[in-house]
Design a protein around this ligand. Structure first.
Ligand SMILES: [Zn+2]
Ligand SMILES: [Zn+2]
Length: 619
């Protein structure tokens, strides 16, 4: 491997694209395989002799003898690295090939970037086999329907919109970040897919969650009908069946959650990541990839266009070279900044709620209030079980940490003085001023937009893609508490949700944000509608914390000598701690150091010094 960044070092554009079930190359003789044992210490190719009569090739699932046991493996390709003694591949496990050369190039790039075993990456990218589906599966003919006539595109009026449409329509490539107008969010995605299909290529649209089906996913399904595979949820059997049909060329568009980024489409022209900053776009399990990065890697490998869509693009999305596509004018409602006032109710907000007929109030805190003091003994309130904070929610007091029923840590009593705050309390006082019904959408309620005559109070989890509801009023409460949450990227995540909330207002509606800090860059960004201001303030803050935007971060666990070994790699930042006899190190690297770091981690894993490597941990 060269020392270049992984996304750039993987450059196999010479690989022909071939549908997976078309006659594929049969290999024989020495081949390298990836053993299905997801351990860094074993993360290297092994050579076996492949008999021609098995009919196997790149991506075939085979069985090989490994340390004396029959073990599953994937064929990676022919090899010249042949040891003196070479064992034979025992059998072919499935006639279906799990991947082709292009997909393998992506998996290898991910294995390098996230310092994860190739077997782990393949295990995430290819859904688990359901053998009976393979028997039932007959490769259907690719659909004969012609590309739909592209309708009027909202992108034509956007800055750099024509450039994006040209790249999609002219079989081009490139990295784009799109900041749609609230009313255009679904329309922009539909336009991008339409332009891609019109050029004879295929498209993948990745959405953050499946339930409820995001309005953008529904719009693509409505526009392209039978051409669309929905890869959202479903059981193991249904997912594997859909995957087989996609591999067989049955669909030209795939819409789905994270795993859809690996969908086996050929002639790929577009990877579109919808609401790219959403936390669900990151896989919490190894290789803990972020779908925005994988989409870009795959687009570079396959010569496709990547589009990251968001009302407030993340620092990570904009840190890399890209073309920003956004509306020429301001399609957002004006944002009014007011002080919260007594109990978080500014006079201006109360007046606005009195006349609003359709509104959303974002209250990030749950419940009706928190216990301040024990009424029996006068001590400050704390959970008797764990000293956690006690919250009044739906009529009962419970600990927010351990969920035990609220009992005083000092005397065991359960009568507390309550400081009223939270979504239930907001619902109560909003009801007192509003002239239309007020509803609370709690954590367990299905998210939805407010009805025609309704004010909805809800938390961050209520802010799904429900289309552009065009509300009279959106109010953002407890802005300051949200901005004070811990975490390196907590402020950015808050701003993303504010933009999503503000996008629910009509362009001629109102957005009111209550804050004591009107000069905070996040508030200023919301007011101006320009996230750039926030990013300019935030990037130096992150660099100062030791984790600059775009610098890969790893958490490594291992033995006592781990810190010294990592110091030798000269990372940008290295924080070490000792937990229960293990050493845990958090380090940030320059991107071009990752391949060398990965090679070292694999060596140290084989030597027993490194026990675990996690990429991009939460900070
Ligand atoms: Zn507790
Ligand atoms: Zn007490």
């Amino acid at each position: 491997m060269s020392s270049a960044a992984p996304s750039r070092s993987a450059t196999p554009p010479t690989i022909p694209s071939s549908p997976r079930e078309a006659p594929t190359l049969v290999l024989s003789g020495p081949v390298s395989v990836c053993i299905d044992r997801p351990l860094l210490a074993l993360d290297r190719p092994f050579t076996y002799d492949l008999p021609e009569e098995l009919g196997a090739g790149v991506g075939s699932v085979v069985q090989v003898p490994f340390h004396g046991r029959a073990t599953r493996a994937w064929v990676l390709g022919p090899t010249e690295d042949v040891p003196d003694r070479i064992l034979g591949v025992r059998k072919l496990v499935s006639a279906v090939r799990s991947f082709d050369e292009r997909s393998l190039a992506l998996y290898r790039a991910m294995s390098e970037r996230y310092v994860a075993p190739l077997a782990t990456v393949i295990g995430r990218a290819v859904p688990p086999r359901v053998a009976s589906e393979e028997l039932a599966h007959r490769a259907p003919q690719p659909r004969a329907s012609g590309p739909p006539a592209p309708g009027p595109s909202p992108l034509a009026g956007y800055r750099e919109g024509p450039r994006l449409l040209d790249a999609l329509g002219g079989a081009g490539e490139g990295a784009f970040v799109v900041r749609p107008a609230p009313a255009d969010e679904a329309g922009v995605a539909v336009a991008c897919v339409g332009a891609t299909l019109a050029a004879g290529r295929t498209a993948i649209v990745i959405v953050p969650d499946a339930d409820p089906v995001p309005a953008t996913a529904a719009a693509i399904l409505a526009a392209f009908g039978d051409d669309v595979a929905l890869f959202l949820g479903g059981d193991k059997r249904a997912r594997y069946r859909t995957w087989l049909e996609i591999a067989a060329g049955r669909f030209r568009v795939v819409v789905g959650t994270r795993p859809a980024v690996f969908a086996p489409l050929v002639d790929l022209g577009l990877l579109y990541v919808h609401r790219e900053g959403h936390p669900q776009h990151r896989d919490e399990r190894s290789p803990s990839y972020h779908v925005r990065d994988v989409a870009r890697m795959r687009a570079e490998i396959e010569g496709a266009v990547s589009v990251l869509g968001a009302f407030c693009p993340s620092l990570e999305a904009t840190a890399r070279e890209h073309v920003l596509v956004e509306p020429a004018g301001r399609p957002w409602a004006p944002v009014e900044v007011v002080r919260p006032g007594p109990e978080g109710r500014s006079p201006r907000l109360l007046r606005a709620l009195r006349v609003a007929t359709r509104a959303f109030v974002l209250e990030p805190l749950r419940g009706y209030g928190v216990a301040r003091v024990c009424r029996s003994c006068g001590e400050p309130a704390a959970c008797a079980a764990c000293l956690g904070m006690l919250r009044l929610e739906r009529g009962s007091i419970r600990c927010v940490v351990c969920e035990a029923p609220g009992r005083c840590a000092s005397c065991g009593a359960s009568d507390f003085g309550i400081a009223r705050r939270g979504a239930e309390r907001v619902e109560e006082w909003a009801r007192g001023v509003a002239t239309v019904p007020v509803s609370l959408i709690g954590r367990d309620d299905p998210p939805r937009a407010p009805l025609e005559r309704e004010i909805v109070v809800g938390g961050v989890e209520a802010l799904k893609d429900v289309g552009a509801p065009g509300l009279d009023l959106v109010a953002i409460l407890h802005a300051d508490a949200s901005l004070r949450r811990p975490g390196v990227d907590a402020r950015e995540r808050v701003l993303v949700t504010w933009f999503e909330a503000a996008a629910w207002a009509r362009p001629d509606g109102r957005v009111i944000v209550q804050t004591e800090g009107p000069n905070d860059p996040a508030i200023q960004a919301l007011v101006s509608g320009r996230p750039e201001r926030f990013r300019r303030a935030e990037a130096p803050r992150r660099a100062e914390a030791g984790f600059p935007v775009g610098a890969p971060v790893f958490r490594v666990a291992g033995g006592a000598e781990l810190e010294r070994e990592l110091e030798a790699l000269a990372p940008r930042t290295l924080l070490a701690s000792s937990v229960a006899g293990a050493t845990i190190c958090l380090l940030a690297l320059d991107e071009d150091r990752v391949p060398g770091f990965g090679a070292e981690m694999r060596r140290l894993a084989a030597a027993g010094v490194v026990t675990r490597v996690e990429a991009e941990p939460h900070l």
